[in-house]
Design a binder for this molecule. Structure first.
Ligand SMILES: [Zn+2]
Length: 168
């Protein structure tokens, strides 16, 4: 994409429209996104003696004891609903095409809380503490992939998946 062409940013669905839902993948977070693309949610677990804390979002050190002896570990994908908000307006593409949606914080079975989105549940059915399981939404384009299985990825997909949660 070139700058200074006078391209309008409000086209919304144009191929060159900026997006704000695409993860920034670097060498450190690549295992996380690679696993998500395979339908697995990874957490980080500290291996320091006497700690063992699990955290999310992924950091290179343990936020409990600052140890750098931290490894990736697959989460169960189970969580409970901690809090949520129904978003009716979001001008950042592509979220505007998704409203209303449910932005939420869930408490993972392993302990950490995670900011995410709740899908496949009417807003008036949401309850604090309700059991949830992770799903993976591909491409960030609003298409939902139910239980996270691959189902014919389009050749044009950028090849990442974002963890969201639905009723267990
Ligand atoms: Zn630790």
């Amino acid at each position: 994409m070139t700058a200074g062409t006078g391209k309008r940013a409000d086209g919304g669905s144009g191929a060159g429209a900026p997006r704000f839902d695409v993860p920034e993948v670097d060498a450190f977070t690549r295992p996380y996104w690679d696993a998500a693309a395979e339908g697995r949610l990874l957490l980080r677990r500290c291996r320091a003696a006497g700690c063992g804390a699990v955290h999310h979002y992924p950091r290179e050190f343990c936020p409990s004891c600052w140890s750098e002896d931290v490894v990736w570990e697959q989460a169960t994908g189970r969580a409970t609903l901690y809090t949520w908000s129904v978003v009716h307006r979001n001008d950042l593409p592509p979220f505007g095409a998704r409203v209303p949606y449910v932005a939420a914080v869930v408490e993972l079975a392993e302990g950490p809380r995670m900011m995410t989105e709740i899908i496949d549940c009417p807003a008036d059915a949401l309850r604090i503490g309700m059991p949830l399981t992770v799903r993976f939404r591909r491409d960030g384009d609003g298409r939902r992939d139910g239980d996270g299985r691959r189902d014919g990825d389009g050749a044009d997909g950028p090849g990442y998946a974002v963890p969201v949660f639905g009723p267990a």
